[in-house]
Design a protein around this ligand. Sequence first.
Ligand SMILES: NC(=O)c1ccc[n+]([C@@H]2O[C@H](COP(=O)([O-])OP(=O)(O)OC[C@H]3O[C@@H](n4cnc5c(N)ncnc54)[C@H](O)[C@@H]3O)[C@@H](O)[C@H]2O)c1
Ligand SMILES: O=C(O)C(=O)C[C@@H](O)[C@H](O)[C@H](O)COP(=O)(O)O
Ligand SMILES: [Zn+2]
Length: 373
Amino acid sequence: MRDIHQIVPVSLGDRSYDIHIGPGLLAKSGELVADVLPPGARAAVVTDENVARYHLDSVLASMEAFGIGATVVRVPAGEPSKCYPTLQDVVERILDARLERGDAVIALGGGVIGDLAGFAAAIARRGMRFVQMPTSLLAQVDSSVGGKTGINSPHGKNLVGAFYQPQLVLADTDALDTLPDREFRAGYAEVVKYGLIDRPDFFAWLERQWPAIRAGGPERINAIAESCRAKSAVVARDERETGDRALLNLGHTFGHALEAAAKFDPEIIVHGEGVAIGMVMAHEFSARMNLASPDDAKRVAAHLETAGLPTNLNGLKAVAGNADRMLDFIAQDKKVTRGALNFILTRGIGQAFVARDVPASEVHAYLAGAIGE
Ligand SMILES: NC(=O)c1ccc[n+]([C@@H]2O[C@H](COP(=O)([O-])OP(=O)(O)OC[C@H]3O[C@@H](n4cnc5c(N)ncnc54)[C@H](O)[C@@H]3O)[C@@H](O)[C@H]2O)c1
Ligand SMILES: O=C(O)C(=O)C[C@@H](O)[C@H](O)[C@H](O)COP(=O)(O)O
Ligand SMILES: [Zn+2]
């Protein structure tokens, strides 16, 4: 068994950083943050009300102990906060507190907070220092790593943003003890994603270890660390998604369209749930295109169902509307090039690849069948 406090490096030249994973990290965050900031630097801690209730005090106490003066910027919890008005609010509160370019923006929360605060850090004073303290499973295994930051537009998901790397990631695995069950399961979809992209042995391990991962303990920490190693490797070779970083989008083309169709309402669907449905759809669509066996799609769906995740459009057909509407959202996907649809498809479990110029007619026919038009 690996050490309980694991450090996964992200190698990006002079913008390299470490991901710390393990228990008790928020309570010692001041010391770790002080290591990456200049003496006397201050910070804005951006967080939401749920996370603040459980975890803000320990972060503030630790920052104070290490001489880092902190301003707290609270935003409403949930996906709707990834929007222009909340971004403006966060930036204005950073400026109002007279924080300087050399000061830090700290994202304390899930992926919504990380994406929003990271984008604010990228644009306030043309770029402040940035630290991620992910508190959801999804944020610990995915969104806090790799520097994609941004907000949504009514046109679609994450359509406004910047690549902006943090200087440090502190994933305190104790924080997951207060995470609602639905959110833990949603975050697990992104863990499964790494197995489905190119780690079939990891997927098989997850199939066996899900109960232990859900229960906590060393298997959970190992699943988080393995996910971070997988993401770090992809980001290090393709930081700005000119090539195979797009693999990390497995399940997202369909998933993002569903989120947008639901107007980003977390009562209807949260990101990880969209990814779970989207990954099954990507495997089914690959089978329809004679690229993979339909048994792979069934195996993926079976494991995600075991983990309590949605795997099809049942219950979401009214939200999706019809194939035309879904294709309109898919046409706004950032992987579209000169109008051609690009998808992450697969030849089997752990054999995902970037498929260029996928016929829209095939996608339309598949969606119409899935929606039951
Ligand atoms: N930048 C990236 O690379 C990347 C990767 C994956 C996902 N994302 C984005 O991340 C977002 C989803 O992130 P998420 O699933 O963390 O959602 P989230 O940030 O909305 O958090 C989920 C819910 O859990 C609560 N929460 C978080 N941590 C908690 C804790 N420890 N205790 C109690 N409550 C807690 C939050 O308040 C929220 O209500 C989406 O916007 C998605 O697009 C970004
Ligand atoms: O880091 C990446 O690259 C990813 O694609 C990770 C995804 O899990 C994440 O949801 C990301 O925000 C999607 O990016 P987008 O560019 O499709 O908006
Ligand atoms: Zn995602």
